[in-house]
Design a protein around this ligand. Structure first.
Ligand code: DX5
Ligand code: ZN
Length: 221
């Protein structure tokens, strides 16, 4: 695999929820780099998924990092619970709490990597004065809440802008894209400067015997 190969983070949201542990193991065996876990509360986004107990139950099944995307508000009261459940990366939306900087500092303090998620309307400048506090950046290329939506090309310019902001730090901050990522849209994300691809539908389609092939297709074949 070339050094520039993108990080692939399959979203467990698109898996068979009745067989979550098995699905996580199959995804790791198929070559996934991280497991992306979408947490939704029916309030911040119009859908409900899983909580810390499910993350905790999944944790022993695989050893790849858990990239936990929190779509819940308020988010602060649940940061510790997700860390204790085994989240390695905790990604939060600026809109989900009153003090983004304080929340990011807290995530680091409890030993996880701190990530910021950009909704399609969230400005890149939101983190301009706190790049030192950020370990991961995720650009949503859909409105959060559901898998299977179409990629919004309007977000490519934002990926480019955040790439410039990351490069200016001199740090290797992963730049993730989430939503509608397919073998067709992945190259657009990578050209714009993304280094990590989150994908649900494109990885899980066809069932377990297709996972490795689907992941390879996202990496560019
Ligand atoms: C949506 C989630 C995504 C979702 C992506 O709010 O954040 O991670 O699972 O699903 P696809 O890849 O199907 O667009
Ligand atoms: Zn997500």
């Amino acid at each position: 695999m070339p050094a520039s190969a993108p990080i692939i983070a399959p979203s467990i949201l698109a898996s068979d929820f009745a067989r979550l542990g098995e699905e996580a193991r199959a995804i790791e065996a198929a070559g996934a780099d991280w497991l992306h876990v979408d947490v939704m509360d029916g309030h911040f986004v119009p859908n409900i998924t899983i909580g810390p107990d499910v993350v905790k139950a999944l944790r022993p099944h695989v050893s790849i990092p858990f990239d936990v995307h929190l779509m819940i508000a308020p988010v602060d009261p649940f940061l510790d619970a997700f860390r204790e459940a085994g989240a390695d990366h905790i990604l939060i939306h600026p809109e989900a709490g009153p003090h983004l900087n304080r929340s990011l500092k807290h995530i680091r303090k409890i030993g996880a990597k701190a990530g910021v998620v950009f909704n399609p309307s969230t400005l890149p400048e939101t983190i301009e004065w706190m790049m030192d506090e950020v370990d991961l950046i995720l650009v949503m290329s859909i409105n959060p809440g559901f898998g299977g939506q179409s990629f919004m090309t309007s977000q490519l310019r934002k990926i480019e802008r955040l790439r410039e902001m990351i490069d200016a730090t001199g740090r290797d901050i992963p730049l993730e894209v989430d939503g509608g990522v397919t073998p067709e849209t992945a190259p657009l994300c990578l050209s714009a400067g993304a280094t990590a691809l989150v994908a649900g539908t494109a990885v899980f389609r066809g069932g377990p015997e297709r996972y490795a092939e689907n992941i390879r297709a996202l990496r560019g074949g």
